[in-house]
Design a binder for this molecule. Sequence first.
Ligand SMILES: Nc1nc2c(ncn2[C@@H]2O[C@H](COP(=O)(O)OP(=O)(O)OP(=O)(O)O)[C@@H](O)[C@H]2O)c(=O)[nH]1
Ligand SMILES: [Mg+2]
Length: 317
Amino acid sequence: MFIDHVEILLKAGDGGKGCRSFYRDKYKRDGSPDGGDGGKGADIVILADKSLYTLYDFKFKHEFRAHHGGHGSSKGKKGAVGPDVIIRVPVGTVVIDKETGAKLRDLDTEGAALVAARGGKGGLGNRHKSEATLGEPGEERAVILDLRVIADVGIIGFPNSGKSTLISAVSNAHPKIASYPFTTKSPILGVVNRDERVFVLADIPGLIEGSAQGKGLGDKFLRHIERTRLLLHVLDMAGVDGRDPLQDYKVINQELKFYSREVAVKHQIIVANKMDLEGAKENLERFKKAIRKKVYPISALNKEGLEELLGAIEKKI
Ligand SMILES: Nc1nc2c(ncn2[C@@H]2O[C@H](COP(=O)(O)OP(=O)(O)OP(=O)(O)O)[C@@H](O)[C@H]2O)c(=O)[nH]1
Ligand SMILES: [Mg+2]
């Protein structure tokens, strides 16, 4: 299951107590103070890891605690410092402070990390010639992990228009393909390997009229294409489901506008799919006349027209 929004609770380690003790041996009964410092509490670090793809694991574990620092002891011995807790999340995870709503960090590159809860400082031992002190408590906070997948190109269109067929024809992704709507239920990433460069496509669940109001699978997956540089707008030019591609084109753009201006103004490459089917050619002529934009005719099923399309994508990014 694809999970892209979770809340977790973090409690960093408390600092250990400073020690109060005095040097003693057979000859000396109350020597100088020699209590050691408490150890620092361990931190909780959130780290972006490109081998992860969803926040699914956090459905089952949403509380994280780090080790407390050890207490200081006599003969100036310092308290132990435990290992930090490392929480791995997919690249593209935004970390938000739940209480303030503030964005703490956008972990948008492999290896990006954030100390999300800081361990408390250890207390001072009395060897510093002052009273021993307690350690500071570790930070405690609730954070929201909000994943927005990172891809160069987002694929949008009505259900059944052939988005998944296209991504599986040109990339290493092989999502389920079927002749009914809403086959794709979560975002799929596919890597396209060209001679010159590599780029990532994101296939998201289909949009319909009313997606912005939550119809169908709604528009909640659109956030996953917010960071793309370019959109592929895939149309079923043969109108297999009895719709008109020109109308489809307008409806999808309207839904994008309802969703956000930022997504609505993204550059779109218009893809006329299913050109192998009857009626597609006539529809395409009519469509081109009406919108007067460059259109890329393809058959994702027969792998026709894909080279031109990939070339255009490459040029644009
Ligand atoms: N004839 C023909 N059929 C196609 C073409 N591309 C896709 N199809 C068929 O159209 C149907 C839907 O394809 P999908 O790739 O699952 O469509 P989708 O846009 O991903 O659909 P959702 O995941 O439901 O949004 C399948 O039966 C495909 O075989 C094409 O170029 N020509
Ligand atoms: Mg699909």
